[in-house]
Structures are given as structure tokens and as C-alpha cells.
Design a protein around this ligand. Structure first.
Ligand code: F6R
Length: 260
């Protein structure tokens, strides 16, 4: 794992954008995995800026999103379809037919999940998956106790996650109980995992995921088994790690050929 600690979320998001842009420039037909929530909003803002000011070209990029609420119309203001359109897809030149987000209104959810996996496979797999982390250590919407080998499927949100996401719905009681999410096995197949975490609220989950035991009770700890997982943190989210000095030294002393 590579653990990069930046002074604040702005700097961390700027670096994340640089990593994503570097991949898109090197591989214009890259397959990118996107996350929603508060955490990646600044990263998406930087990507939009790079598209406008530096002609960062998304015309050949394919996108797969991590998750979506079951029962929400794509046009619902709190759906992840809406979130992605507002924060990124309507502001860059990605082709709409190359955007994939689980369909929360599917009649046959198992078939919809299977075909999502097949589409990822048919597109050659995800090159880089952007991830956030829940305060309980969830990844995607793989809540604690999720199978570490799980694939795209329906999951039930915990009360804590529904509470954390209540603002977008105007009340906890309005947050759906069910979601479709890529599984931890699906995420592990991505060639690079780029996890962003900001703020003190995430510090415990980050420390458990990066330095604690590998356990289904902290789903993000599965990333310890990933060949290329990058944790991009601000100081607050890194505040419960025990080896911050080491991680900072490693990052600051990278050989030139390894720098982003
Ligand atoms: C969103 C997702 C979730 C979030 C996590 C953190 O697509 O898969 O795992 O990344 O719940 O959410 P925020 O960023 O709002 O703290």
C-alpha cells in the first residue's frame, strides 16, 4: 500500500486529479471507476478544470460507478446518476454510452448485477477505481461483514450509513435501505485503487483499514491484499495512523521515476 498524507483535502484532491489525468493522458481509452459522496467532489472539480483549461480529453474513457440506491429513478436528485451528471459527466466530454452506473430500478436485480460484472469484464477491467471510505470502514456499499470475495450485488445499508447519507435525502427515514454495489472482489480486480479520505471522522476507519487486521468487519482492510492501493489522506484522516513519519518520508523521498 502507498499512504500519501497531504496537508489538506484540497492538496490531496489536486494530487488525485493529477494521478487520474496522468492515466487518461497515457491511456486515452482508460476504464475509470468512480465513487460518489462528499469526498471526491473536489477531485471532480479539478478534473473539470483540467478538461476546460488543459484539454484533458475523456472522449474515449469508459466509466463504471461503484454503486446506486435501489428504488431511485436515475433522475432523482439524490441518485448517484444525478450526482455524477452534476459533478462530472455533464461537465466533461465523456460519451454517455460509455457511462455505466448500476440501475436502481432494475426488475431483476441479480441479472442486472451479473450483466454489470460482464460489462466491466468486456471492457477489459477497471484501470483505476476511485474510492471513499465509510466511517465504519465500508468500501463501495460493502458494509461490515460483507464477503471479502463479493461481486456486484444488492446490499442492505446499516443505520449508521443511512444516517451519514441522510442530508442528500432531507432525512434519515427517506434514505433507501437497499443499494446495488460492486463487491469487494470486484474492487480487488481493479488494477489501481485510489482511496481518498478526509477529516477526523474518517481517522479511525483509515487506521483500521491500513494498519489493523484484515477483517470483513472493516471491509476496506481488504486493500491490504491489493497490489496497487493508494491511500490519499489529509492530516486529519491520517491522525490515528501509527507510522505517519514513515509514510511521509517514503513519499517525500520517492525516486523521480516513481513521482506522480
Ligand atoms: C460512494 C461510496 C461510499 C462512500 C463512503 C464515503 O459511491 O461507495 O463508499 O465513498 O460512504 O462517503 P463520503 O465521501 O460522503 O464520506
Amino acid at each position: 500500500m502507498e499512504i500519501i498524507i497531504q496537508p489538506d483535502s484540497r492538496e490531496a484532491s489536486r494530487l488525485a486529479a493529477k494521478i487520474v489525468a496522468g492515466l487518461v493522458r497515457e491511456k486515452p481509452h482508460a476504464v475509470l471507476g468512480f465513487a460518489t459522496g462528499q469526498t471526491p467532489i473536489e477531485l471532480y472539480r479539478y478534473l473539470v478544470e483540467m478538461h476546460r483549461n488543459e484539454r484533458l480529453d475523456f472522449s474515449e474513457v469508459t466509466a463504471f460507478n461503484l454503486d446506486e440506491y435501489v428504488g431511485l429513478e436515475p433522475g432523482h436528485p439524490a441518485s448517484y446518476h444525478s450526482y455524477m451528471r452534476e459533478n462530472l459527466f455533464d461537465r466533461i466530454n465523456i460519451r454517455k454510452d460509455r457511462v455505466n452506473i448500476p440501475f436502481g430500478l432494475a426488475d431483476d436485480i441479480p441479472t442486472c448485477c451479473r450483466s454489470y460484472e460482464e460489462r466491466i469484464h468486456a471492457d477489459g477491467g477497471i484501470d483505476l477505481q476511485i474510492l471513499g471510505i465509510g466511517a465504519d470502514g465500508h468500501l463501495g456499499f460493502n458494509e461490515p461483514s460483507s464477503s471479502l470475495a463479493s461481486r456486484t450485488r444488492i446490499k442492505t445499508l446499516t443505520d449508521r450509513t443511512r444516517k451519514d447519507n441522510a442530508a442528500a435525502f432531507g432525512g434519515e427515514d427517506k434514505v433507501p435501505h437497499h443499494v446495488i454495489t460492486m463487491g469487494l472482489g470486484t474492487i480487488m480486480d481493479c488494477r489501481t485503487c485510489l482511496l481518498l479520505a478526509f477529516g477526523r471522522k474518517k481517522a479511525r476507519a483509515v487506521a483500521q483499514a491500513a494498519e489493523g487486521p484484515l477483517t470483513a468487519m472493516v471491509p476496506a482492510s481488504i486493500l491490504q491484499m491489493h497490489q496497487r492501493a493508494i491511500f490519499l489522506l489529509d492530516e486529519e484522516a491520517a491522525s490515528q495512523l501509527t507510522r505517519t513519519y514513515y509514510y511521509k518520508w517514503v513519499y517525500e523521498n520517492k525516486p523521480d521515476w516513481q513521482k506522480y
